[in-house]
Design a protein around this ligand. Structure first.
Ligand code: DC
Length: 235
């Protein structure tokens, strides 16, 4: 019997390495990787570019109708990248200007409903790894494997700083630290689907783990989840 396909839901704090792990996993399993945060970032980019006052519910609702998001595979980068109204905006959404506003935008109920409806559809055929803040709790409460990632703030700041340096986007350590702490706070304390560990999620603290160690551990969890699904299908 062929292995059944599962959904891997990865949630956790900002800059824990969720997307690195999710990409590696999707590559190993031949699954689709979806970066749900990219959707909130692209919506934020649209609001900023068009000077939308997103504190007004009606204005937000009207503007969401003009936003079309899609993930398209980019051969040269070996991954799906987010497109905002058919423009590849992957490199703009990582900018600190977007990072500074995205958590606020992600608290808006209409924005979350808009993004979550699309995310749920993407899981219809399973065989997907999605990372975010509410994937195991709201988007795919029935995911076969849920992972909650965490790492010490200092370590996350260092990783994020190095990442920004590599992409040539200037930021100081203090700016990065402030931004991460602020996003963690807003993400965990908002009213609409705050960042929470799902009851049945496995915790992965990678503060002192190499990428290879982490991947090995998670691949074991995946194998277990697939075995459990097989058993459930037989009985
Ligand atoms: O994963 P990220 O840093 O690219 O996410 C950007 C922001 O979007 C983050 O501050 C919280 C929000 N987000 C969310 O609320 N729900 C998700 N499923 C993914 C991201």
């Amino acid at each position: 019997m062929a292995n059944p396909k599962i959904i891997v839901a990865i949630d956790g704090y900002s800059s824990c390495g969720k997307s690195t792990l999710a990409k590696q996993l999707a590559g190993k399993l031949g699954y689709n990787y979806i970066d749900s945060g990219a959707m909130y970032r692209a919506i934020t980019l649209y609001f900023l570019r068009n000077h939308i006052d997103f504190s007004q519910e009606e204005i937000v609702r009207a503007n969401l109708q003009n936003i079309h998001l899609s993930f398209e595979y980019v051969e040269a980068h070996h991954k799906s990248e987010i497109h905002l109204n058919d423009e590849n905006v992957e490199r703009y959404i990582r900018d600190l200007i977007v990072a500074e506003k995205v958590s606020e935008v992600a608290t808006i109920k209409e924005v979350r409903q808009f993004a979550v409806a699309q995310q749920k559809k993407m899981g219809n055929r399973r065989g997907i790894v999605m990372d975010g803040r509410d994937i195991g709790t709201v988007v795919f409460p029935d995911a076969e494997l849920k992972i909650f990632m965490t790492a010490d703030l200092e370590i996350r700041v260092k990783r994020r700083f190095e990442e920004l340096e590599q992409t040539g986007m200037p930021a100081t350590i203090d700016e990065v630290k402030h931004n991460l702490a602020m996003r963690d706070y807003i993400d965990s304390n908002r009213e609409e689907s705050p960042l929470r560990k799902a009851e049945d999620a496995k915790t992965l603290d990678n503060s002192n783990m190499s990428r290879d160690e982490q991947l090995e551990k998670v691949l074991n969890w995946v194998a277990e989840s697939i075995e459990l699904k097989k058993l459930a299908q037989v009985h």
